[in-house]
Write a protein that binds this ligand. Structure first.
Ligand code: PLP
Length: 492
């Protein structure tokens, strides 16, 4: 497409007028800078109006239009209705809050249009460097391999594929599971994220092969309960192959005793995988790092840059201690992907041998930009601040008679609810409170269940949040709880 919408000669898609393109880019960047600077002037979230949805639902465009017009559509139809996680009052699920530096890197990476499946070019060396930094951050040994991926779900799938290949007593890649020869089972705490079970499903092991290990009073895996489970499975002819420890559970931020899990894995010769989606980066905080002791003993680690390190979506990472096991699970180099000692086809090892994807984007650049721009100390300080904020929120809830803290705050998550209403109404009432908080643009927590009870869940993974935002959340919950418990009209 050209900036003026006319078909260029010879099939070329570059702008015909580079100066007009430059002006459009400047306008787009200026608009974004204003948008970031004014983040507090907007509601955290607003519903996408039906008219906007209808305007997006157009047939495939046969003819192009001017780039300025497309950008105007973006400003009208997309920019005002995002998820809201760049806003200081976003506290739902586990979302990072992005950085302008990371967004700039996205633009630059788009311009390079690099394919990081392999070959010899600078972007490959940037990704290698980011993986090397990660190795050092988490104390993995030299020789560890890694890959940037879409997120922890993909990272865990890759890690468990390597574990499956390493522990199956045959070549599971070649034979598949259809022979019925393999009876592999693994273990994760009952609080583990659903992505671990999904990985078991995708690897053909079946969800039931991932055994839920009970948790202790702090919602951590009860490691003593793990041993008899392994023994019972062995006794019935199954092949235990891995244990998934969690560094920061999604519901409450609990950190399993990774050192104890590593001990069991060593004794039982099992692969230890750590799901550190967001919590692993607590190693950057000196006070918190001891709670993650043992992470460096894992066979594999999955974590995200796009959560608590605020790299724009998407950016996760898998580290695998045994490079050969990693490669054994994915290597495939047909003739048309042959390497060379020199030239563009050099650059061994190619990243396509460490995961299922051949074509891969330049995710590493936004990670590189974010880490170089802010540095680990500052990123760690933001993590520490979120934990202090969660404790502050927990304290406010505990000091407010109409509110109830549903579990102690152990990291950056507070789960609580409005409880000044008949017990039978509390689940529905709190769910409605959260919907109203969203729709009124007050704050965006999410919900979960803690011991079966519906909770308002504030997960602080946001470098823009301030304590006043938590006060606004508490005030909003109280006001809505008092209004809605009487069945009053939701909207005032
Ligand atoms: C503990 C945990 N594991 C795994 C995931 C999945 O991560 P992703 O969304 O990056 O795939 C999450 C997401 O919130 C999580 O909190």
């Amino acid at each position: 497409m050209t900036t003026d919408g006319r078909a260029p000669t010879g099939g070329r898609l570059d702008p015909e007028d580079w100066e007009a393109f430059r002006a459009t880019c400047h306008r787009a960047v200026d608009g974004l800078v204003d948008w970031w600077a004014d983040v507090r002037g907007r509601p955290v979230w607003r519903p996408v109006p039906d008219g906007v949805k209808a305007a997006l639902a157009v047939p495939p465009p046969k003819q192009g239009m001017a780039l300025d017009e497309v950008h105007a559509l973006f400003e009208r139809l997309v920019l005002p209705y995002p998820t809201g996680n760049t806003h200081p009052r976003f506290m739902g699920w586990v979302h990072g809050s992005g950085t302008p530096a990371g967004a700039l890197a996205e633009l630059l990476a788009g311009a390079l249009d690099a394919n990081l499946g392999g070959r010899e070019h600078a972007p490959i060396h940037v990704e290698r460097q980011v993986i090397e930094w990660s190795r050092r951050i988490f104390g993995f040994p030299e020789g560890t391999s890694g890959l940037l991926v879409s997120g922890t779900s993909m990272a865990t799938l890759i890690a468990l594929a390597a574990a499956r290949q390493a522990h199956a007593d045959g070549d599971v890649r070649r034979e598949g599971l259809g022979t019925g020869r393999y009876r592999l089972v693994g273990y994760a705490s009952a609080e583990a994220h659903s992505s671990a079970a999904k990985a078991f499903e995708l690897l053909g092991l079946g969800r039931e092969a991932l055994r839920p290990v009970p948790v202790d009073a702090g919602y951590r895996m009860d490691v003593e309960a793990l041993r008899p489970m392994i023994a019972a499975d062995r006794a019935s002819g199954l092949q235990p192959f891995c244990v998934v420890g969690t560094a920061g559970t999604v519901n409450l931020g609990a950190i399993d005793d990774l050192d104890a899990i590593a001990g069991v894995c060593r004794e039982e010769a099992l692969w230890m995988h750590v799901d550190g989606a967001f919590g692993a980066v607590a190693v950057l905080v000196p006070d918190l790092a001891p709670r993650l002791a043992g992470i460096e003993r894992a066979n594999s680690l999955a974590f995200d840059f796009h959560k608590w390190l605020h790299v724009p979506y998407d950016a996760g990472c898998v580290l695998i201690r045994d490079e050969r096991a990693h490669r054994a699970a994915f290597a495939a180099r047909p003739d048309y992907l042959a390497g060379a000692e020199r030239g563009l086809a050099g650059g061994e090892p190619w990243f396509c041998e460490y995961g299922p994807e051949l074509s891969r984007g330049f995710r590493a650049l936004k990670v590189w930009f974010t880490l170089l721009t802010h540095g680990l100390d500052r990123l760690g300080a933001a993590v520490a601040e979120n934990c202090a904020q969660a404790r502050y929120l927990g304290g406010r809830v505990a000091a407010t008679p109409e509110l109830e803290l549903l579990a102690p705050v152990s990291l950056n998550i507070a789960c609580f609810r409005f409880n000044n209403a008949p017990a039978a109404d509390l689940d529905d009432l709190n769910a409605r409170i959260v919907v109203e908080l969203h729709e009124r643009g007050i704050a965006a927590p999410s919900t979960t269940r803690v011991d079966g009870r519906l909770a308002i869940r504030a997960c602080l993974c946001n470098h823009r949040t301030e304590r006043a935002d938590l006060d606004a959340l508490v005030d909003g919950v109280l006001a809505l709880g008092r209004t809605l418990r009487h069945g009053a009209a939701a909207r005032e």
